[in-house]
Ligand binder design. Structure first.
Ligand SMILES: NC(=O)c1ccc[n+]([C@@H]2O[C@H](COP(=O)([O-])OP(=O)(O)OC[C@H]3O[C@@H](n4cnc5c(N)ncnc54)[C@H](O)[C@@H]3O)[C@@H](O)[C@H]2O)c1
Length: 426
């Protein structure tokens, strides 16, 4: 099949390379010339494990190409997949400007019976707007569909090659058949549903996972009041099959390019349809407050951050990615600077761009960040950080160790001479 993927960000590049690996002829399209130039040379503009290898492999077969030309990319395509960004607008609704701009740009080049698929995360009602935008410019008969993406950054190639399911939202058999055929190389179950159900399914999945994180953080707050240990509570509840031991992450709250945005957008959607009291509005607020609540609490426990040197371990929003969107570090560094601390950070992949008032320097090794620190704050569970031997960097002074992801053994850290602080345990 001839497939065009519009938007060569995390989702677009991975999807394009994986569709090419299924044997389809794929064109990746972006308005960012620099990105396209890099991709044409086999360079991925961000870090994602295994992606560069897959990209080079597919480019070598001649099945995968990149362009900035809508004319070139749309004229031949049977299936056009929109995978551009959908950031939150100031009022927290989904900002559809990139989706609608791509619809406007593709319209003049569309061929008969082409299928325009929205893969970007968008609220119900968006496909209708895309269709109206295209119809305003062409009389060609085309079809619309929604096919949300569920990959996780850090394991995006694996997730796309081995998805839990493919969700196809459409309203006619031709589209279901073609999009099922697009994925015929996969073993994954295919969920055929209404367009609105597909769009809701994507938001619901992320909103549920974010709610799970918020829920356990709320319980962690209570554990801190009574001497319970959140990890023990998680183990005890996890034996219940309805609950399970997986996906409990007490910590600084959820971050990243998707959860905060998708919860905000679904909460804003709830308000737009008169459901102002929807739970997600509160989840969103709790998560926004959480990191500052914890930093304030830790500050009190260590006698204030002023004049302290803090080693911040982990800058990206989670391990195995260099993505800094809504990463805890982007809030922690300005906060600690405002409190009069000096921050020395370390991350194996990500880079923090200093803001005007940041007292921050990024170091090349964990040793360099930690050796003179008053406080070590471990916020991302990169294996290099969780596996590090902190006895190596213990200075001959009082030092606090804030285990913000509950990844370390209290006894080992205390035996090394640190004062240990964690989440959901005294
Ligand atoms: N990143 C994830 O982990 C993830 C997972 C699932 C779903 N999603 C959703 O997928 C969508 C894309 O996310 P992403 O992280 O890949 O975004 P991204 O910001 O990394 O990439 C978006 C790309 O779209 C390009 N673009 C913008 N306007 C364009 C236009 N008019 N024509 C062509 N290209 C254009 C940008 O230049 C950019 O390269 C979003 O809706 C997101 O919510 C993301």
């Amino acid at each position: 099949m001839k497939v065009t993927v519009i938007g060569t960000g995390f989702v677009g590049v991975v999807s394009a390379a994986v569709y090419a690996s299924f044997g389809h002829e794929v064109m990746g399209l972006d308005i960012d010339e620099h990105k396209i130039k890099l991709l044409e040379q086999g360079e991925v503009p961000f870090y994602e494990s295994g992606l560069k290898e897959l990209l080079l492999e597919q480019q070598a077969t001649g099945k995968l190409h990149f362009t900035t030309s809508y004319e070139k990319a749309i004229g031949q395509a049977e299936i056009i997949i929109i995978a551009v960004g959908t950031p939150s607008a100031a009022d927290e609704t989904a900002d559809l400007r990139y989706v609608l701009a791509s619809a406007k740009s593709l319209a003049p080049h569309l061929t008969e019976d082409a299928i325009v698929v929205i893969k970007s995360t968008v609220p119900p009602g968006t496909l209708e707007k895309v269709i109206a935008t295209i119809q305003a410019q062409t009389n060609v008969t085309f079809h619309g569909a929604s096919m949300p993406e569920f990959l996780r950054e850090g394991s995006a190639v694996h997730d796309t090659l081995h998805p839990d399911r493919i969700v196809i939202g459409a309203d006619n058999e031709f589209v279901f058949t073609k999009l099922t055929e697009l994925h015929s190389a996969l073993q994954a179950p295919i969920v055929r549903c209404k367009v609105a159900s597909a769009q809701m399914a994507k938001y619901t999945a992320n909103a549920y996972l974010a709610t799970r994180i918020t829920f356990i953080n709320e319980i962690a707050n209570l554990c801190e009041k009574n001497g319970a240990d959140i990890n023990e509570v998680i183990e005890a509840i996890g034996y219940d099959q309805r609950i399970g031991k997986h996906y409990w992450y007490p910590g600084l709250g959820y971050g990243g390019s998707c959860f905060p945005k998708d919860v905000k957008e679904l909460a804003a959607y709830s308000r737009s349809v008169g459901e102002d009291g929807n739970l997600l509005n509160r989840i969103n607020e709790i998560n926004k407050e959480r990191i500052f609540r914890l930093l304030t609490k830790f500050g009190q426990e260590i006698g204030g951050f002023e004049h302290k040197t803090v080693a911040l371990l982990g800058l990206s929003f989670k391990p195995n990615t260099d993505d800094m969107r809504e990463a805890p570090s982007t809030k922690i560094i300005p906060y600690l600077s405002s409190q009069g601390a000096q921050v020395l950070s370390y991350d194996p992949m990500a880079t923090y761009q200093n803001q005007e008032h940041d007292a921050h320097e990024q170091k090349n090794t964990i040793q360099e960040a930690c050796s003179e620190a008053d406080v070590i704050m471990a916020v991302v569970e990169w294996p290099e950080i969780t596996g590090f031997d902190f006895t190596q960097v213990k200075a001959n002074k009082k030092q606090f160790f804030i285990d913000a992801r509950n990844q370390f053994d209290r006894q080992i850290i205390e035996a090394a001479g640190y004062t240990y602080l964690a989440i959901g345990k005294r």
